[in-house]
Design a protein around this ligand. Structure first.
Ligand code: BGC
Length: 363
């Protein structure tokens, strides 16, 4: 860990926005106060639009507001690139590294290396199982899944479907969040399968959550079910849109409710049109701000009490966490996502969507 004169040299190189160095008087056994420089590694651009359209934007917003240096990169679902980016960031002198892991194994290697070099670490959005991050910042992901299960159930009831066959398009098998989402929607739907109120249809986890692959997988599911799928629990808007594209081919869109997550522009438009039942809005601005605040505190050698921990089931560790609250979005409250500044009216209500927006009270 750099201290004393080395810390001052690093501060000289990294100073932005008038932050000054303080001595290492944190009393925590050696976390030297440094001028914050934050590295962020985003996972990909094919599993969800959010990483580039929301997370990058809101992280930049938070870092700029705090006047700290930052470097945000996207590993584009390449685990080797992920490690290379992390190495480069550590060499460049980041004081904190925030990662959205591609899987727990490679995530852990990156976190452990950063830790050994005195770099603070945060699991951003996804918990790295067996990892060593100092904090975990995310949403209550089991609740995300519960909202999806309840949403699908509500839409099936609204459509009056009896004994519906429900297919699952789960997220990436290597994403701990996907496990939590499924635990959430299973808590609502499994009792209905068990009581035979609903029928469990095909279920697949989509590798890396890749939206393009999801369309192929859903087409196979529909074939396997002889065209009889009455509801689709899709783990996010990208996967939901993939299912909708196949339902369209079969003239079933609008008849078969599909869930989502991330309140993407496309997802919200699918809801307005009636092809998607609901989405789950997660206020990424708050997530980015919470993670940024923690990364800056860590650089200063401060320890923040988040007031909450999450048990890492693999490492057995209680990880200090910030877990934000997700919100279910239906046609009636698409306007809330726009009012929150997550997407703009111009994007969502473009062209043919203008009338649907007006009908949904988006002014
Ligand atoms: C995130 C979701 C996202 C998915 C695919 C999950 O870890 O929590 O918001 O849709 O990854 O990128």
């Amino acid at each position: 860990m750099r201290k004393g004169i080395l810390t001052i040299a690093a501060v000289g190189l990294l100073t932005t926005g008038g932050l000054t160095a303080c001595s290492d008087d944190s009393g925590d056994g050696g976390a030297a106060a440094k001028t914050p420089k934050i590295g962020v590694i985003l996972p990909d651009s094919k599993s969800s639009a959010r990483w580039e359209t929301a997370d990058r934007r809101f992280l930049e917003e938070a870092f700029k507001a705090a006047g700290v240096q930052y470097d945000i990169q996207n590993a584009q679902n390449d685990k080797t690139a992920f490690q290379t980016i992390a190495d480069q960031m550590i060499t460049s002198g980041v004081t904190a590294l925030m990662i959205v892991n591609l899987d727990s194994g490679t995530g852990k290697a990156v976190l452990d290396k950063a830790k050994s070099q005195g770099v603070a670490t945060i699991d951003y959005d996804r918990l790295t199982l067996g990892g060593s991050a100092q904090y975990y910042v995310s949403f209550d992901n089991e609740t995300v899944g519960k909202l999806q299960g309840e949403g699908l159930s509500k839409c099936l009831t609204d459509k009056g479907v009896k004994n519906p066959v429900v297919a699952y398009l789960n997220g990436s098998p290597t994403d701990n969040n996907a496990t939590l989402f499924k635990a959430g929607y299973d808590s609502v739907l499994k009792p209905k399968f068990d009581s035979k109120e609903y029928v469990k249809g095909p279920e697949d986890a989509v590798p890396a959550g890749d939206n393009a692959q999801a369309a192929t997988i859903f087409e196979q599911q529909l074939t396997k079910a002889n065209g009889k799928i009455d509801g689709v629990l899709a783990a996010n808007d990208g996967l939901g849109n993939a299912a909708i594209s196949i339902l369209k081919k079969n003239k079933l869109n609008g008849k078969v409710p599909v869930t989502g997550q991330d309140a993407s522009t496309e997802g919200l438009q699918n809801i307005l049109v009636g092809d998607q039942c609901m989405t789950v809005y997660k206020a990424v601005r708050e997530e980015a701000k919470a993670a940024s605040d923690l990364a800056i505190a860590l650089a200063k050698g401060e320890k923040k009490d988040t007031g909450q921990t999450v048990k890492d089931p693999e490492g057995g560790r209680d990880v200090p966490s910030v877990l934000l609250t997700p919100k279910a979005i239906y046609k009636e409250n698409v306007k809330d996502v726009i009012a929150d500044g997550y997407v703009t009216k111009e994007e969502v209500c473009a062209g043919a969507y203008a009338k649907l927006c007006a009908d949904a009270g988006i002014s």
